[in-house]
Design a protein around this ligand. Sequence first.
Ligand SMILES: [Zn+2]
Ligand SMILES: [Zn+2]
Ligand SMILES: [Zn+2]
Length: 168
Amino acid sequence: MKSFLSRFEMFLHGKGLRLTAQRAEVLRCIYRTHRHVTAEELFEMLRRKGDRSISRATVYRTLSLLEEGGFVDALSVGRDQGLRYEHTLGHEHHDHMVCQECGKILEFHSEAIEAAQDAVAAEHGFKVTSHRLNMFGHCADCQAAGKVPKDADESTDESSTSSHEHAG
Ligand SMILES: [Zn+2]
Ligand SMILES: [Zn+2]
Ligand SMILES: [Zn+2]
């Protein structure tokens, strides 16, 4: 944690900013949680800890700085949920599946996908410094709960005897 703070301090210094107690607390908070949190959730977490000196605006601005410096990643989850943040340093690389129904975020790591990305980049002579892969859709729970329409191709409807035709 200390090294992350000093790295953040160096980053801020380069921008002519100081590592204030509030900025340090925002970093500590996001590095303590292993969830993907919205700025609002983070603000509430800080408030619950009894820190009344942190304003909502400070949380939002600090998150922007942390993202700019590569200390956190912002994940767009769609709907009206806005961005969800997670810390990056000391966290193994992973990609995401985002349920657009309940907002659940599943983390996964696939060597095959990582290797395929490297191969595609190499074909284009592209040097990758970082990447982000987000798959959007519906989680198993939401599908089981019937919250989302069944995919036409996976229809188990027995009355459907005609061959598969895609309407529209
Ligand atoms: Zn990846
Ligand atoms: Zn879901
Ligand atoms: Zn994640």
